[in-house]
Design a binder for this molecule. Structure first.
Ligand code: I3S
Length: 127
């Protein structure tokens, strides 16, 4: 699915989706891996994490309530087969030295997110 039409399709499709997420590093320090199903939303310059889709709505309605998120500016996105025995895993390494794993059983689902996040990171680096 390449070309202009495909790109538009991705941004419309990618409102939010449940992915498995594990944070494994914080500021360079190793954390105990704990996979959790997470409602993931791609924003203009960050990836937002919610417990579920309802929490996204509630968070957006409440003033002063900020979603848990990852700054994608300067982040590195790469596939990994080393950091989990699960299939379809990619990692996000943030500028601040945190590392997240994202996983979905469906290869097309995880590819869609990998591509969209990569595209966002690339666009941010171009300023
Ligand atoms: O990379 P690890 O430490 O082998 O990751 C596994 C552990 O987090 C494990 O929990 P315990 O720390 O309670 O043993 C999880 O149940 C596994 O899912 C983790 O491995 P995978 O390969 O699923 O990422």
């Amino acid at each position: 699915n390449v070309g202009g039409a495909g790109v538009i399709e991705i941004s419309v499709e990618l409102k939010g989706e449940y992915l498995n997420k594990a944070k494994i590093l914080e500021s360079g320090k190793k954390l105990r891996k704990n996979w959790a199903s997470t409602w993931v939303v791609l924003d203009t310059d960050q990836l937002l994490f919610y417990k579920d889709s309802k929490q996204e709505v509630v968070t957006n309605l409440k003033t002063g309530c900020k979603a848990d998120g990852v700054d994608l500016c300067g982040a590195v996105i790469e596939w990994t087969t080393q950091k989990s025995s699960r299939k379809n895993v990619f990692q996000i390494t943030t500028n601040s030295g945190s590392e997240y794993l994202l996983q979905a059983d469906s290869y097309s689902t995880i590819c869609k997110w990998y591509n969209a996040i990569k595209k966002t990171v690339n666009s941010l680096s171009k300023g």
